[in-house]
Design a protein around this ligand. Sequence first.
Ligand code: GDP
Length: 195
Amino acid sequence: LFAGQTDFLKGVVAMSGLPPSDRIEVCFAGRSNVGKSSLINALTGRKGLARASNTPGRTQEINFFTLADSHYLVDLPGYGYANAPLAVVEKWQKLLKQYLSGRQNLRRAFVLVDARHGIKAVDEEILSLLDSAAVTFQCVLTKADKVKGADRDAVLAQVRGALAKHPAAFPEIILTSSEKAEGIATLRATIATLI
Ligand code: GDP
C-alpha cells in the first residue's frame, strides 16, 4: 500500500467539496504542531507532501491524499490554535461533524497526541465527536524520541485512562517518532490490516 505513489488530491473547505466516499480511507487528526505533517510524510515516504496543509490559509481544510491510487488518506485540520476566532472554531466543528458522520468507507481515525503531553482537554472535543459519529479511533503518540523510560510508561498510563472513557477508542496505542522512524512500520501495518 505504501510502496505505491501517494498524491495530494484536494483541500476541502465545505461539505460540497468532499469527494464521494467511494474508496476506503483512514484519517488523521491532532492538535496543531503535534507532528501530523511529519508523520504523514514519514508514513508515505514523501517529504513535503503534507506541507500544503500547514501553510497559513490552508489550515482549516480537510486534505485528501490518494494512496496507491485506490484509497484515501485524509488529513483533518489541526485544532487547538491559541486565539482562534470562535467563528473559525465553529466552522471547523461543523465541517468535521459532517465529514465524520458521512463517510461510509472511513475505516479508522488516527488521533495524534504528543508523547510528552498525553491527552489534554483540547483533544477531548474530537474524541467526543468520534464517539458520537461511532468512528473507531486509535491514539498515535508522536515525538516519542523526546520521552524515555518511566516517562513513557506514565504517558501511556495517562492515555489509557483517558481512552477508557471513550466508547469509540481502539485500545492499542502506537508510539511513533517521525524523526527516528520509530513506530512507522507498525502504523503502516495497522493501516494495511484495515483496508
Ligand atoms: P503539525 O502542525 O501537526 O503538522 O506538525 P509538524 O509535523 O509541522 O511538526 C511540528 C514540529 O514538531 C516541527 O518543529 C517538527 O520538526 C517537530 N516534530 C515533528 N515530528 C517530530 C518527531 O518525531 N520528533 C521530534 N523530536 N520532533 C518532531
